[in-house]
Design a protein around this ligand. Structure first.
Ligand code: ADP
Ligand code: F6P
Length: 486
């Protein structure tokens, strides 16, 4: 087994598993923030990515992608249920997102979560050179830093949490709260999207582990762990280049034509997840239609809701509710050939997404809670001419950076309606000033800057950060295909 000096571990490998059996593998953009973010920086960085290739059964043999090696980790059907659908996405995911959906505490899932985390840790230990840096990603693998430290004390271990880390009063509900905290704090550096999350962890470490905290350090059991905020970002250059490509510009014009040349296009793009606030948004829009503030003849809403975690009951239920509501709104307010809402439950390629971002007058990003929300940043990157309004939830990590957006509390439906109207009616000079400021921010804080900031904090010598490309490499842009176990 060849070894690497940089190993990244994430739940998913960023490739289309349906392409794997014939040995030909391709980069695919998973409709998810983590793969979008890491794909841009790892494609040309010598490293190994340890992750699940999707599906169940033996891990497929996968060829390298450029200088990136892939080390698949297999899951059985039971593990898929207990680890991914169960503990990760039905216990931790809802709890970490303000419990907007009731977390399930199923005692049977814990052992599976632990077993799978151990497998990931062993796979990483196998492919890591002596003294290598291993960068563990997200809540699926929260025990891995501690397990890796046991297996390979020589490694430099980083952990980054892409989702929010909850306040102590919520985290304390977790039956396995001590093990999970200890596991994560097995890393040398634990990174979060927001400073508040690091603060939450420090408080919990003091309470649960008797740790001593000072200036972004947590000391317990004779070790000191560093923490910090590193807001994740996007490949700004790629989205900008895509959005200004002539074929994408004409695709965008065609989209507007197909939508009936409305005065205004409102757009939302989400994974179909109950954290994304889609139902609140539909209620607000439907009331604007009902009260005559918005007319179907001159305004259309496009809701892209890509299928996600469809084997989990709460996700299937959400889909049923949303599709029922879209049907009700179209039935009540639509006209022949003029639906009130265009609903698209399918994955799109990057250029299609760029064309959609170009078409929108108002981008509506209103999650109830979101670690970052890269869609908001992608929209800003796509608007090179400074036009367009961004309505953004205060509860998305992105709100801390994109403060010139029309910020809104998505739980407050009246406030949401009022903000949507303000964004729709804002004058172009106001919009340009806002967009210009947001574009300046994301250009300076793109995905390379994020990785550089994290890796140079992990390894002060700067050797890790020096391996990153100066600008994000051009990515392979084949349209994504549906995966088996979403
Ligand atoms: P999350 O990580 O919760 O999925 P983010 O907004 O941070 O949320 O990231 C979503 C990512 O998935 C973005 O990069 C976005 O472009 C991508 N995405 C969203 N919807 C689709 C879709 N229908 N097809 C393809 N990619 C999508
Ligand atoms: O951003 C949170 C996250 O769980 C990522 O880890 C992942 O890329 C994304 O949401 C999509 O989720 P899933 O991998 O379950 O499809």
């Amino acid at each position: 087994m060849r070894q690497s000096s940089l190993v990244v571990i994430a739940n998913r490998l960023p490739l289309d598993d349906s392409a794997a059996p014939d040995g030909a593998c391709e980069w695919r953009r998973s409709p998810g923030g983590l793969a979008s973010a890491l794909h841009a920086i790892l494609e040309q960085t010598p490293a190994t990515w340890v992750g699940w290739a999707g599906g169940v059964g033996p891990a497929p043999a996968l060829p390298d992608i450029g200088s990136l090696r892939l080390r698949p980790v297999s899951l059985t059907e039971d593990e898929l249920r207990g680890y991914y659908e169960g503990f990760a996405n039905s216990t931790l995911w809802p709890l970490y997102h303000d419990a907007v959906q009731q977390p399930t505490f199923d005692r049977g899932w814990w052992e599976t979560y632990r077993t799978v985390n151990q497998r990931f840790a062993e796979a990483a230990a196998e492919v890591a050179e002596p003294g290598a840096a291993v960068w563990v990603q997200d809540y699926h693998l929260q025990l891995v830093p501690g397990m890796l430290r046991e297996l390979r004390p020589d490694l430099l271990i980083g952990f980054f949490m892409h989702v929010p880390f909850p306040p102590p009063e919520l985290y304390m509900q977790l039956p396995r709260r001590v093990e999970l905290l200890r596991g994560m704090l097995g890393a040398d550096l634990v990174g979060f999207q927001r400073e508040q999350a690091a603060h939450n962890v420090a408080q919990l470490a003091k309470k649960l582990l008797g740790a001593v905290n000072a200036d972004n350090t947590i000391t317990f059991d004779g070790r000191t762990v560093r923490t910090g905020a590193f807001p994740v970002s996007i490949d700004v250059t790629e989205m900008q280049a895509l959005a200004t490509r002539p074929d994408v510009v004409s695709q965008s014009k065609q989209l507007r034509h197909n939508l009936g040349q409305p005065k205004r296009v409102l757009l939302s793009v989400d994974r179909l997840d109950w954290t994304k606030g889609i139902e609140h948004r539909l209620t607000a829009y439907s009331e604007l239609l009902r009260d005559g503030f918005v007319k179907v003849r001159d305004t259309v809403m496009v809701q892209v809701a890509v299928p996600s975690r469809e084997r989990v009951e709460s996700y299937r239920d959400l889909r049923d509710r949303i599709e029922g509501e879209v049907g009700r709104i179209n039935g009540e307010f639509g006209r022949v050939g003029e639906p009130a809402i265009h609903y698209l439950n399918q994955p799109f390629g990057r250029s299609q997404l760029a064309a959609l971002y170009q078409t929108a007058d108002v981008m509506v990003v209103t999650p109830l809670r979101d670690g970052m929300n890269l869609v908001a940043k992608e929209f800003v990157a796509a608007r090179e001419d400074g036009s367009g309004a961004l309505v953004l939830s205060e509860f998305a990590g992105a709100a801390a950076e994109l403060s010139q957006a029309f910020l809104v509390n998505p739980h407050d439906v009246d406030g949401l309606k009022e903000t949507l109207l303000r964004a729709m009616e804002a004058d172009s000079s106001d919009l340009t000033a806002r967009m210009t400021a947001m574009r300046r921010h994301i250009t300076e804080h793109d995905i390379i800057a994020w990785a550089r900031a994290y890796l140079s904090a992990l390894d002060h010598t700067g050797r890790l950060a020096d391996r990153l490309p100066r600008t994000a490499p051009p990515s392979r842009r084949r349209p994504p295909r549906q995966r088996s176990a979403r």
